[in-house]
Design a protein around this ligand. Structure first.
Ligand code: FES
Length: 119
């Protein structure tokens, strides 16, 4: 498989071998939509890892002061990495694996649930 320089750079910014999570399978590519931009990730990536690999560092903005937040603890404890995923706010992206076709959005404040018709 021929890779472009950008794809090689993206691979270098990933953790491809982890003592707990195991190996990242770079042969199984998935496509994500991050804030309206089509991005690539690999099966086994956490959303946060895919964000970093695609050059994205801001995951949400705080409610009161609109300050940017990103990856902090990376183990699911601090909530700094929460984003809206497939219309559901407050998803901790450091512990949530990617799925093909996911729609990931930077979260503003507490986030907003998509409303169903008739409510
Ligand atoms: S970075 Fe702390 S919960 Fe994800």
């Amino acid at each position: 498989m021929n890779k472009t320089n950008l794809e090689r750079l993206i691979l270098l910014s990933r953790i491809d071998s982890h003592p707990i999570l195991g190996e990242l399978d770079i042969n199984k590519e998935v496509t994500l939509m991050i804030d309206g931009e089509v991005c690539k990730a690999y099966e086994g990536d956490m959303i946060a890892s895919a964000m970093y690999a695609n050059g994205k560092r801001v995951f949400r903005y705080t409610k009161k002061f609109h300050k940017p937040r990103g990856l902090f603890c990376a183990i699911g404890k601090c909530t700094d990495c929460i984003m809206t995923v497939n219309g559901v706010p407050n998803i901790r992206t450091c512990i949530t694996p990617v799925e093909d076709g996911m729609i990931i959005e930077t979260q503003e404040g507490l986030g907003q649930w998509e409303r169903s018709e008739g409510l």
